[in-house]
Design a protein around this ligand. Structure first.
Ligand code: XUL
Ligand code: CO
Length: 445
């Protein structure tokens, strides 16, 4: 990243400059304590371990509205009444923010970055205008697009789903949006294109033909892939799992469900997963579990970084500040080779009552520091403890003799049963879970 800060016609975050790295002893809330982008850890710069991205929808669109009241945050880029001019102002604010924070990437939905028009053509025209301007901003700043996506869940027409809507006409509108959003992603050189299910799911089986809806979704994704590849998109298509909200049964429940879907519809050569922490916990999994599952199937794509609240069951999208979760995640990433052409997108929002413009900076800085600290902890555990050996030793009986033969597929059930008779009752070998937990805690600092 260059140190250049990009300010448009007007400076939106006055009084805040480029966020510096000041080290762990700093008391400056607007400085990094651990994220030192050029510092080399485990063979690469910190920046490359994370490939941090800012999410357009929360940071520049979400003003804090909830079901009990309107937004609380006043965004000056929203003051302009002409929607296209307001989108241009928002773009200025966004690039000012990216460059002051020093993140290398951003992500958007079509409707975050450009306003919906009254017809398909008008919406496409609006998007094209803003994408043109975004391309220039990218060149000027060096900030890149991690992924683009289409919002096919907010407009009332999508109340019964988009690709899984029982009304074919609605599906065609989703196709028009996805086509334009893929075009925009290609034009901006995006590394990935994301499909989050939105309202693809159902509330009652009484009015739902699940098999038919899933077939429609599979067909829709195949056609989106075909279009993207023909149009020259070289990046990964990603599906983002979520178990519930907005529908009761989301079709993309968790990583395992999506992996089965990807294989069922023969999407495995083009599709991978975008995994979000709060979605993992809603599905009853840890983030580390979901990420490990995706790596296990060779389908890890990218990450949405946030966290939920352990005391409630909805998607609160808080900035990740749980050091334990960050360290476990970084242990998995370091042992599996890292984020690749994915990254870490902050699908996170400041709380409704955090209304100062600096709070948006503090949320991102705190989360980037949490992950950087998690990286340092994981790297120390891997290099300065016997963690990996302890883990591998649990499986050492498969490294010798008949264990090797089993792994090579050379022993059938009859031979295995004969061996059980020969061995007699095995001695108990402790799993040592508490020792592993103590080892991680010892390094949490
Ligand atoms: C919703 C969610 C989305 C996706 C992109 O819970 O995570 O913002 O990340 O559509
Ligand atoms: Co997300």
């Amino acid at each position: 990243m260059s140190n250049k800060v990009l300010i448009g016609k007007q400076e939106y975050f006055k009084g805040i400059g480029k966020i510096p790295y000041e080290g762990p002893d700093s008391t400056n809330p607007l400085a990094f304590k651990y994220y030192d982008e050029n510092r080399n850890i485990a063979g690469k710069a910190m920046r490359e371990h994370f490939r941090f991205a800012v999410a357009y929808w929360h940071t520049f669109c979400g003003t804090g509205a909830d079901p009990f009241g309107p937004g609380t945050m006043e965004f000056p880029w929203n003051e302009e009444t002409d929607p296209v001019k307001a989108a241009m102002n928002k773009l200025d604010a966004a690039f000012e923010f990216f460059t002051k924070l020093g993140v290398p990437f951003y992500c958007f939905h079509d409707r975050d970055i450009a306003p919906e028009g009254s017809t398909v053509q008008e919406s496409e025209k609006n998007l094209k205008r803003i994408i043109e301007a975004a391309g220039i901003k990218q060149e000027e700043s060096g900030v890149k697009l991690l992924w683009g996506t289409a919002n096919v869940f907010s407009h009332p027409r999508y109340m019964n789903g988009a690709a899984t809507n029982p009304d074919f006409q609605v599906l065609t509108h989703a196709a028009a949006q996805v086509k334009s959003a893929i075009d925009a992603t290609i034009q901006l050189g995006g590394d990935n294109y994301v499909f989050w299910g939105g309202r693809e799911g159902y509330f009652s089986l009484l009015n739902t033909d699940m098999k038919r809806e899933l077939n429609h979704l599979g067909m829709f994704l195949q056609k989106s892939r075909d279009y993207g590849r023909e149009a020259g998109f070289k990046g990964n298509f990603l599906i983002e799992p979520k178990p519930m909200e907005p529908t009761k049964h989301q079709y993309d429940f968790d990583v395992s469900t999506v992996i089965a879907f990807i294989h069922q519809y023969e999407l495995e050569n083009d599709f991978k997963l975008n995994i979000e922490n709060n979605h993992a916990t809603l599905a009853g999994h840890t983030f580390a579990h979901e990420v490990q599952t995706a790596f296990g199937h060779g389908l890890f794509g990218s990450l949405d970084i946030n966290q939920g609240d352990s005391l409630n069951g909805w998607d609160t999208d808080e900035f990740l500040h749980n050091l334990y979760d960050a360290s476990e995640l970084m242990l998995v990433l370091l042992t599996e080779g890292g984020v690749g052409q994915g990254g870490m997108n902050f699908d996170a929002k400041t709380r409704r009552s955090s209304t100062d413009p600096e709070d948006i900076f503090i949320g991102h800085i705190s989360s980037m520091d949490t992950l950087a600290r998690g990286l340092l902890i994981a790297d120390t555990i891997l290099n300065q403890s016997n963690y990996m050996k302890m883990k591998q030793d649990r499986y050492s009986s498969f490294d010798i003799g008949k264990g090797v033969a089993f792994e090579n597929g050379e022993l059938g059930l009859i031979e295995l049963a004969e061996l059980a008779t020969e061995y007699g009752e095995p001695a108990h070998i402790s799993g040592k879970q508490e020792l592993f937990e103590a080892l991680l805690n010892k390094h949490l600092r």
